[in-house]
Ligand binder design. Sequence first.
Ligand code: PLP
Length: 366
Amino acid sequence: MSDIKHLARKNIQALTPYLSARRIGGNGDVWLNANEAPDCSEYQLDCSHLNRYPEFQPPALIEAYAKYASHYGAQIDNAQVLTSRGADESIEILIRTFCDPSTESKQGDSILICPPTYGMYVISAETCGVQVDEVALDANFDVDYKAVEEAVNAPQSQIKIVFLCAPNNPTGNMLDKAKLAKLLTATKGKALIVADEAYIEFCPELSQADLIQEHENLVITRTLSKAFALASIRCGFTLAQRSVIEMMSKVIAPYPVPDPVAQIATQALSEQGLEVMRERVAILNNNRMVLANALQQLDCVTEVFPATGNFVLARFNDSQKIWQAFTENGIIMRDFSAKNRLKNCIRISIGNVDEMQATLKTLNSL
Ligand SMILES: *Cc1c(COP(=O)(O)O)cnc(C)c1O
């Protein structure tokens, strides 16, 4: 081992970094591997204050997000919103704020995940030296609420945060509001329950944000990377009661969101920006329905998972063959076939009509 590797923390030496779609890369011109939006809007930038540090939490941005999030029975005020460098930073800040790392002499806290699910919860926990417990999704890939509750309330449990994801990346499963509310009550004072709503714009009526008022241990993470078509600016949000936001504010960087990011994000959350987002969602939801229906008809497809976000997970009879055909046609998807319980599964992001046609053309040619 080199001298420098030797200097790094032991858990970092052992860590395999998250392989983002961007890092895996690919060759071609149809990019359906990162759940990005297929289109891009235009924004105005005022560069007259670039010499100044930005606000800790830009007031116009926080105000706009609180207003936007107060939908479908949710009432979110400004003190219940934190903005960060993407939802990924929110995940990391939550772990750093609430979980004690393990040391050689003492076992620390843990997070609980329900796999198969989004990969960054584990990566963030590992970089922080925090243990990861698992309660697998049930046979339908829904959350096993009873098992989660038992795990959190077990006598030896050190679980401080439970990460749930809805729509779940990559299976598309949603949460059950009544069961979630019961879990929140049963784990009150013991653990935070995080609902990762990165894709909630594609089914906004299924948000759990209305439960925040009643449950101090509920945290919701959101992003502008998916439905808002702003993955490049790295802007995300945490919604929770003021007490949670205040604790996280102690840990987050002093200037987490660059001023140009805040300017663009605020425009995206204006009345006009929201209208553009909702039009995009309507188009993508329609493209998703067409794709999911077509997949159902194909002989090479054995299972189409519930489609709720801007992606569809499909199981094929021979995913390697499918993968090769996509590769030959310059179509880049995300391969989940090596993941536990997702043998032969490929996740397809919903793109524009041309991209969906290219996808189906390749599948039909097999
Ligand atoms: C894309 C994604 C994120 C990350 O969002 P960023 O704001 O781009 O960091 C978080 N959670 C899930 C489930 C995602 O799919």
